[in-house]
Design a protein around this ligand. Structure first.
Ligand code: TRP
Length: 454
């Protein structure tokens, strides 16, 4: 049952599994299927995968628990949450404010890519009926008005769902969609493995060449882990604020981390070999200096080629289903990105949920239109607000929790819903991670990256 508290416009997740699905829905999105394969390709395959897994477990997972705990303890948006816990040190509200800025900026480029998934649904159909003119237009990712149209359409759908509140809108969509997406990816993997060239790609993806590990790779892995797990900007503080005390937070975080990592792993297992298959049929996948191409449009070039290789009827069927599901996965992520500034506006400015969604939506609409007309902004915004912004947010969350609010206070909150906490290893390990290991790892990665720039 949807439980929207109409008095203060705050909702509650209606069930334990509903929350895990919503948080997993926030995590699983374009980050897994669009961004991840291209960072893998850019950073030498299996070596990246290895570092990425470490980043998810050593940094992502502990930080996720931190965000959920802060959210549930305070029941507030990120700005309000830090203010509530910091007492007279109002300056900590800035961590939340930075998160909200990152969220709005990430959403602005995310919507353009999400719009592409929508465009490709129509592209596949146009391909099937033989409208080559429409295919050309829909495939052109640099076409400003087309990008803007689809991105704004996507934004409108997100606003519509957000207006319905957390429980009604967000929970339901996830239940069927995510398993369906996984099934289609697995089916495609099986198909790809039988094509010429696939084994070469498989080797690149699974056989690590440790000499490829360098500061740039580690920096990319860290940014990708935060992005893919929806961390560092308070999305999970916000989702945690709708959480009941019955939920076991570390357990929920483990489910979310594992499912997100799982989907990314399989997306890579599909797309890296598919690149080599595509290369066999003449599509260029290497740059002049022999590196794998990792442009923003990688997935959108390689996958349709693969679908069409399957034969028109079957291929188009797979193409349409795939892009519809990818669009839905992106939708559960844009919902979480938009929910953060919206919950801020509701809590702190006292606007109704509808007005808040429309106000924030208007700002995002302007920004996303700018990106739609010049897609070079995708890489620029992604570098600043994702690769730098999110780990920076994570660093501040760790410092705040470990050194000011204190892990002991957080553990009191975690204990609710986690009966065996006191006798668990988690109780000893998590505070060490949040206070020392995570902040040091993030700071070292930043330090080395900055050092390398000069
Ligand atoms: N994790 C999502 C993806 O992989 C994107 C996303 C949704 C996100 N909400 C977020 C990223 C909050 C950072 C913060 O597609």
């Amino acid at each position: 049952m949807a439980a929207i508290d109409t008095e203060n416009n705050r909702g509650l997740w209606s069930s334990k599994i509903g929350f895990v699905l919503a948080a997993a829905g926030s995590a699983v999105g374009l980050g897994n299927i669009w961004k991840y394969p291209s960072v893998v390709a850019e950073n030498g395959g299996a070596a990246f995968l290895l570092v990425y897994i470490l980043a998810c477990f050593l940094v992502g997972f502990p930080v996720m628990i931190a965000e959920l705990t802060i959210g549930r303890r305070t029941g507030r948006n990120p700005v309000g949450a830090f203010k509530a816990l910091a007492g007279d040190k109002k300056i900590f509200g800035l961590i939340g404010a930075w998160g909200i800025i990152c969220g709005v900026m990430i959403l602005s480029f995310y919507l353009v890519v999400a719009g592409w998934t929508l465009g490709y649904v129509f592209e596949e159909i146009a391909f099937f009926v033989g409208y080559t003119g429409a295919v050309t237009v829909l495939k052109d990712v640099t076409l400003g008005w087309k990008n803007a149209l689809f991105a704004l359409l996507f934004l409108a759908s997100t606003i519509l769902i957000i207006k319905g509140g957390v429980s009604g809108g967000i929970e339901r969509a996830n239940k069927i969609m995510m398993p369906a997406l996984l099934v289609i990816i697995l089916t495609m993997i099986v198909y790809v493995m039988f094509q010429d060239g696939a084994m070469e790609g498989l080797k690149v993806y699974l056989y690590p060449d440790f000499s490829k590990i360098n500061p740039q790779l580690v920096f990319a892995a860290m940014g990708q882990a935060f992005f893919s797990l929806s961390l560092g900007m308070g999305a999970l503080i916000t989702y945690g604020s709708y959480l009941s005390k019955k939920q076991n937070l570390p357990e929920a975080a483990a489910y979310v981390t594992l499912s997100d990592l799982g989907v990314a792993f399989f997306a890579g297992l599909l797309i890296i070999p598919a690149m080599y298959v595509a290369s066999n049929s003449g599509i260029q996948i290497f740059t002049e200096n022999g590196k794998l191409i990792a442009s923003t449009r990688l997935v959108f070039d390689v996958l349709p080629a693969l679908f069409h290789n399957m034969g028109t009827g079957l291929g188009v069927f797979f193409g349409v289903v795939f892009f519809v599901l990818l669009g839905m996965a992106a939708l559960t992520s844009t919902i979480s990105l938009l929910e953060v500034p919206v919950s801020y506006v509701i809590d702190e400015w006292g606007l109704s949920r509808t007005k808040a969604a429309l106000t924030v939506g208007a700002v995002v609409a302007v920004l996303t239109t700018i990106v739609a007309f010049d897609i070079n902004w995708i890489d620029r915004l992604s570098l600043i607000f994702n690769d730098i912004g999110l780990p920076l947010g994570g660093l501040m969350i760790c410092i705040f929790l470990g050194w000011f609010w204190k892990t002991e206070s957080a553990l009191l909150e975690i204990k609710e819903g986690f009966e065996g906490l006191d006798s668990s290893k988690f109780r000893t390990l998590w505070p060490i991670f949040i206070t020392y290991i995570c902040p040091v790892l993030i700071a070292v990665v930043f330090g080395i990256t900055i050092f390398n720039l000069f």
